[in-house]
Ligand binder design. Structure first.
Ligand SMILES: [Mg+2]
Length: 181
């Protein structure tokens, strides 16, 4: 059985980077940004790395992504790839004319990963709307020091350790399932 690949978003998923200062001390600074790491990030990455392959895919600027990932990566954890905006697909909202970026998992497939064994974890549903069946949407993180989303997620992900096809598991309301279990 191949290990499932977790494709993790960065901003508001694993950390929060803002030009503002929050009440608590930032974890580090990158350029003009104060960066607040999501509680339990180190534990989360180290734990899931035992059972999954990991990758990072953010729609932020490539150089910013490289720099941030360098700061949060536990020494013993490796990422299959670290992708930024240049790997996303730009789309335009017809109503408001705004641009947004989507992550097409076909690009991950082209790299040799099976989509039956790939999960994409993001706080923004539209980023993975082309691969709905592979997506787990997590709550946005904007600096709440009591956030426990990564603990819940690590526990929920146990379900996906040795499954034939991750798309066969319904991921809606996963948080409620997990909280009540
Ligand atoms: Mg995000």
């Amino acid at each position: 059985m191949k290990k499932t690949l977790l494709v993790l978003d960065l901003d508001e998923t694993l950390l929060y980077a803002t030009k503002e200062k929050l009440i608590q001390q930032e974890d580090f600074v990158v350029g003009a940004y104060n960066v607040y790491v999501r509680p339990n990030l180190d534990y989360f990455l180290s734990r899931v790395a035992q059972d999954f392959k990991l990758a990072i895919w953010s729609s932020a600027d490539d150089a910013y992504v490289e720099e941030l990932v360098g700061k949060i990566k536990p020494v013993a954890v490796d990422f299959e790839f670290i992708w930024g905006r240049s790997r996303t697909t730009k789309k335009r909202k017809s109503v408001t004319d705004e641009y947004y970026y989507v992550k097409r998992l076909s690009k991950v497939k082209r790299k040799g990963f099976l989509l039956e064994s790939t999960l994409i974890i993001d706080d923004t549903a539209e980023k993975s709307m082309l691969n709905y069946g592979n997506a787990i949407q997590i709550a946005e993180f904007t600096g709440n020091a009591n956030d426990d989303e990564l603990l819940l997620l690590a526990s929920y992900l146990e379900k996906f350790k040795n499954v034939e096809n991750v798309r066969q598991i319904d991921k809606r309301n996963w948080r409620n399932q997990e909280r009540s279990s």
